[in-house]
Design a protein. Structure first.
Length: 105
């Protein structure tokens, strides 16, 4: 549990600053014929709670489009900790769980 909380609070401040700069400041920095399309895509950012809990990669309309990588990375990190927990508790159950996961894919 400590590893998840530590990783969350290590990533989140920089991630939120980047989202806020993209959402609030970048709309005032551009101009040109394509810029209105950019500002229209930023209006999706009202659902920022998905980014805060790292599940935005499950939804199509993304506020911070390239933030999917952090969401996927965090989900894989949490899932790997669950797999390690099962393996430490019972080696047979951990191997069975691992085989099940690989066979699903």
């Amino acid at each position: 549990m400590y590893a998840i909380v530590h990783r969350y609070f290590r990533i989140m401040p920089c991630y939120l600053i980047a989202i806020l700069v993209y959402w609030k400041i970048s709309v005032h920095l551009g101009d040109g014929p394509i810029f209105p399309f950019f500002t229209d895509s930023i209006n999706i950012c009202r659902d920022m709670w998905k980014n805060v809990i790292f599940i935005d990669d499950f939804y199509d309309n993304k506020c911070f489009g390239w933030g999917w990588y952090l969401s996927t990375d965090f989900q894989i990190f949490m899932f790997s900790l669950i797999m390690v927990f099962f393996y430490v508790q019972n080696r047979y159950l951990g191997n069975l769980f691992l085989i099940l996961i690989f066979s699903i894919h």
